[in-house]
Design a protein around this ligand. Structure first.
Ligand code: SAH
Ligand code: SF4
Ligand code: F3S
Length: 477
């Protein structure tokens, strides 16, 4: 039951983000009351599963939590635990249930313990049913479309003694100017679009993230300028298919044009973006990349498979040949560019021949790094009901052969830089050795070198002394 509001309902603003700022103030009062009862600040922990989109969403949740007075804590100790979930593969779902089970006992020992679930998995009705039945200690559930309403939902949850569930099926709403708490002071993701219209036949993302919607370019540039004013020098423009950015805006604009505008932001040093769908990567974009001084020398270009037959069944709209042409065009125009990709092994109907086409493509492109996935059946997608699902043993064998090939090529591609000096953005101190700082080159390769935390966020020149496979040991020059 939701108890009565502490205020006259007519006072709630109807427009966003004003409505959320109103609720932020109301939640603040509630939190203060609880804190004065228990004598210490309430704490939170947001755990993120999945991709950069989810990571960015979590920063938005943290922005609200800090604003209303919560203090960050570990998952075990926090009063309020939020799991921002992913459902792209089945094992992502399994992970969540395991973590959730472990929280049950802490709910008994801490009367103020609250648990919230959000993100892509919550957009699946079967998941909501399962949670309602088996995990009744969850307090708040919301989806990907109403994450901007978090302050309001948090308020409802605080005045309710039952689980609050708020899931929208889809939305065309984009709410700007809410608080964000960044993980890194010097780099940040920036959403340029939400959702996906591509419906690759294996993929659940369009169903859980809804239709493609682009942010207005002015709002994006304004956000980047304010990030830069706040110390950010590297940004990652985020979207499921950035190459189709802007097509559906009232005043359409291309992704390439947006990049040109972003390039002009003074003080910004590095621009990255993901993900680029090969079918929509334009010559205009290649041109802009070739002239840019800020776009990093790394492109994530997910290929998924090297077999035309499989690519067709995947609904990817390109062929092995056209993909290879695209790569060679990019290499010609953007010297020193490195490619990374995603590959799925064991898509329904994949034969040994199809798999060999994938290996062949990898040898031709020579990726510096590859994210490899075993095909996971997602209920509701066209591929889930396709015939000839591949045998598990065959998939495992192919997966191992794939890993061997990509790691050997990746190491060779990385090690070719040995002995050279490059500019690195120092991102932190090495987890394994506190006397080492870690930095990233424009091509995303990692280098460790003697250094201290004062260097974090700075650009330094590093000599790449010794190649360790996918990273370097280096020294400051
Ligand atoms: N929008 C991006 C990818 C988003 S999902 C793009 O189009 O490239 C990230 C990666 O997860 C995909 O590139 C794909 O390789 C993988 N993936 C998606 N659905 C999958 C599934 N059902 N099984 C295995 N891997 C999958
Ligand atoms: Fe999924 Fe394809 Fe959309 Fe990427 S482009 S999110 S793989 S449907
Ligand atoms: Fe996962 Fe959702 Fe990203 S399903 S990969 S968190 S868009």
């Amino acid at each position: 039951m939701i108890n009565k509001f502490d205020f006259d309902e007519g006072k709630i603003p109807s427009i966003e983000p004003d409505r959320q700022y109103f609720f932020i103030e109301e939640v603040k009062k509630k939190i203060k009351n609880i804190e004065s009862d228990i004598g210490h600040p309430l704490t939170y922990c947001v755990t993120t599963f999945g991709c950069q989109m989810n990571a960015r969403d979590s920063e938005k949740l943290e922005g609200i939590l800090k604003e209303v007075g919560f203090v960050k804590e570990s998952e075990e100790a926090a009063d309020f635990v939020i799991f921002n979930t992913c459902t792209v593969r089945e094992n992502a779902n399994d992970k969540l249930y395991g973590r959730l089970g472990r929280l049950k006992s802490s709910k008994k020992t801490n009367p103020h313990k609250m648990i919230a679930l959000c993100g892509c998995m919550m957009q699946e009705p079967s998941v909501i049913e399962k949670i309602k039945q088996s995990y009744h200690y969850v307090d708040l559930i919301f989806g990907t479309h109403n994450i901007y309403k978090f302050a309001e939902l948090l308020y409802y949850s605080l005045i309710s003694d039952r689980v609050v569930i708020d899931i929208l099926k889809d939305t065309d709403k984009i709410v700007e100017n809410l608080p964000v708490e960044r993980k890194y002071p010097f780099k940040s993701g920036v959403n340029i679009m939400f959702g996906c219209n591509n419906f690759c036949s294996y993929c659940i993302v369009p169903y859980v993230r809804g239709r493609e919607r682009s942010r207005e370019p002015e709002a994006i540039i304004k956000e980047i300028k304010s990030l830069v004013a706040d110390g950010v020098t590297e940004i990652m423009l985020l979207g499921q298919n950035v190459n189709s950015y802007g097509k559906n805006l009232d005043n359409p604009i291309t992704f390439a044009k947006l990049l040109e505008e972003v390039e002009k932001v003074e003080g910004l040093k590095r621009i990255r973006f993901m993900t680029s769908h090969p079918k929509d990567l334009s010559d205009e974009l290649i041109e802009v990349m070739s002239k840019s001084k800020k776009i990093c020398k790394q492109l994530h270009l997910p290929v998924q498979s090297g077999s035309d037959n499989i690519l067709k069944k995947m609904n990817r709209h390109y062929s092995k040949e056209s993909y290879l042409e695209l790569v060679s065009k990019l290499r010609k125009k953007v010297p020193d560019i490195e490619f990374t990709t995603d590959i799925i092994v064991g898509f329904p109907g994949e034969t040994e021949e199809d798999f060999l086409e994938t290996l062949d493509l990898i040898k031709k492109v020579r990726y510096i790094s590859v994210f490899t996935f075993i095909y996971s059946k997602r209920t509701g997608t066209p591929a889930a009901t396709m015939e000839n699902q591949v045998d598990e043993d065959i998939i495992k064998d192919r997966f191992n052969r794939l890993l061997k090939e990509v790691s050997q090529i990746g190491n060779e591609e990385t090690c070719k830089y040995q002995g050279k000096t490059y500019e690195a953005l120092v991102e932190g101190i090495s987890e394994h050795d506190p006397s080492l700082a870690s930095g990233r080159l424009s091509n995303n390769v990692l280098v460790h070198f003697k250094g201290n935390s004062e260097l974090i966020g700075q650009y330094v020149n590093v000599s790449l002394d010794e190649c360790k496979g996918f990273y370097f040991m280096g020294s400051l020059v």
